[in-house]
Design a protein around this ligand. Structure first.
Ligand code: GLP
Length: 256
């Protein structure tokens, strides 16, 4: 079962997630981080940046990228990762990869998988969740065995992401994303969700049936998952009281 941590705000959640990353990097300065875009991880990056850790040796792999945006577009995930993660955290740009960064799109998925494997795999993967239940850009129906590949975005996801673009027409219809199989190979998954708009998808991911129709439910098959949510996103969790109780009563060695 996932460890579910219910906190009062996105800021507190960011601190809890930053604690996990800090522990990892203190143990291994060359750790491999799985990076996510979207608004959800922002408090984590902010909390981490405030700690002034030396993250210059950390290697990073982004979850996903749009396909079809002009190079250098400010909403490409390469631009977002540079602006919101690499620069504020002091990561080394050449150590951070985004799918389809270079080379032809046809082989980008296999190239990305090879790069992750060569780095020794992802130690800690930060995840958000979409309202369709997607993680990365793995929309409903994605195979639990899937690896990095090109996918078509749902209209719901395009609508949700239109706020970052001038118009809906500007939102790409395609993306390249780590697969659910790729994500499941990471050694620790840290999934964050905030706000009532995520409550349904979050509850289905954590407690619902494990099904490709709700890609986030794949996390139930992973042996080490930390889910960090605010009260609004936790609203539909059936076992919320138990999660609060377990967190309040965790053993000393679990706090380290
Ligand atoms: C985007 C990203 C996901 C992200 C999700 C939620 O489409 N590809 O990685 O988790 O949507 O976004 P947000 O955090 O802005 O709610």
């Amino acid at each position: 079962m996932a460890e579910v941590v219910i906190v009062e705000s996105a800021e507190t959640a960011g601190e809890v997630a930053a604690d996990e990353i800090e522990k990892l990097v203190r143990a291994n300065p060359r750790a491999v981080l799985g990076l996510a875009t979207g608004s959800t991880p922002l408090t984590t990056w902010r909390a981490l940046a405030a700690r002034g850790l030396d993250l210059s040796q950390v290697r990073g792999f982004a979850l996903d990228e749009y396909v079809g945006l002009p190079a250098g577009h400010p909403e490409s995930y390469r631009s977002v990762i540079t602006r919101e993660v690499v620069e504020p955290l002091g990561l080394t740009p050449s150590l951070v990869r985004v799918p389809a960064d270079d080379g032809p799109i046809e082989t980008a998925g296999a190239d990305y998988e090879a790069a992750i494997t060569a780095a020794g795999g992802v130690d800690l993967q930060i995840l958000g969740i979409g309202r369709t239940g997607h993680i990365g850009f793995n929309e409903p129906g994605s195979s639990f065995a899937s690896l990095t590949r090109v996918k078509t975005l749902t209209e719901q996801t395009r609508l949700d992401n239109a706020r970052f673009f001038d118009s809906l027409d500007d939102v790409p219809k395609h993306c390249i994303t780590q697969g659910l199989g790729t994500i499941m190979r990471a050694r620790h998954l840290v999934l964050l969700a905030f706000g009532s708009g995520k409550a349904s998808a979050l509850a289905r991911a954590v407690e619902g049936p494990v099904t490709a129709s709700l890609p986030g439910s794949a996390i139930q098959l992973h042996q080490r998952v930390t889910v960090i949510v605010d009260e609004e996103a936790a609203a539909d969790l059936e076992f919320a009281d138990y999660y609060r109780y377990a967190w309040a009563n965790r053993l000393d060695w679990e706090k380290l």
